[in-house]
Design a protein around this ligand. Structure first.
Ligand code: PGA
Length: 237
């Protein structure tokens, strides 16, 4: 089953969230559709998607269920509201919010302890790719982020940092080559069967060719997921 995940980042209000779902026409196929709205829109997203195939997740969770942590999102509260999924390790959280591999590891473990499913993101910068370090970087992120993590319910998203929000997409060959290395690492380290999504400027016009690659189990989509028509078109690919 293919997975189509929308990462809305810090876009949309609760009203815009309701409008999006009112306009979204998904293909009647068996696929997993996830939407990660901003935390302030989670409630309206959950209300708008009741009784549909769409699952709602949170873009960021704390590794604690509660505490003196101004601005953080409690994974336990998100779960109780109906969020079964969390994004962990997105490159914007790693670079703009300085989330370290060990912090990310704690978040994944906490989410798993309470039964939440994580989409754990990894990716290399352009500099790292140019200097031939891509797989070393990804392996390091996997090793540290998934230390003592259970394989069940885990989803990985490979998102080359240079392709996020830039309009540059990895070619289907580049994505397949890198993702097959990730799949091999997962198989050899007790995570076999974990789906690996591709993310980075996925659009309706490049989705078809990318989704045909053997090691791509679905997409994590930013910009193109904000529009109900383009998101639906990608889900149809
Ligand atoms: P993009 O974002 O599709 O706009 O490149 C992807 C992401 O950040 O998950």
């Amino acid at each position: 089953m293919k997975i189509f995940a929308a990462n809305w980042k810090m876009y949309k209000s609760p009203q815009e969230t309701r409008e999006f779902f009112a306009q979204l026409l998904l293909p009647a196929q068996s696929q997993l559709v996830l939407v990660f709205p901003p935390a302030l829109c989670v409630e309206s997203a959950i209300e708008s998607t009741k009784g549909t195939q769409i699952k709602i997740g949170v873009q960021n969770i704390s590794s604690k269920s509660e505490g003196a942590l101004t601005g953080e999102n409690s994974a336990s509260v998100a779960m109780s509201m109906g969020c079964e999924y969390a994004l962990v390790g997105h490159s914007e959280r790693r670079s703009l919010f300085a989330e370290s591999d060990s912090v990310l590891n704690q978040k994944v473990k906490f989410a798993q302890d309470i039964g939440m499913r994580c989409v754990f993101c990894i990716g290399e910068t352009l500099e790292q790719r140019k200097s031939g370090q891509t797989f070393e970087v990804l392996k390091n992120q996997l090793q540290l982020g998934l230390k003592d993590v259970k394989s069940e319910k885990l989803i990985i998203a490979y998102e080359p940092v240079w392709a996020i929000g830039t309009g540059l997409t990895a070619t289907p060959q580049q994505a397949q080559e890198t993702q097959s290395q990730v799949v091999t690492w997962l198989n050899e380290n007790g995570f076999s069967g974990a789906p690996v999504l591709y993310g980075g400027s996925v659009k309706p016009d490049n989705a078809k060719e990318l989704i045909q690659q053997k090691s791509i189990s679905g997409f994590l989509i930013g910009g193109a997921s904000l529009n109900p028509e383009s998101f639906a078109q990608i889900c149809q690919s």
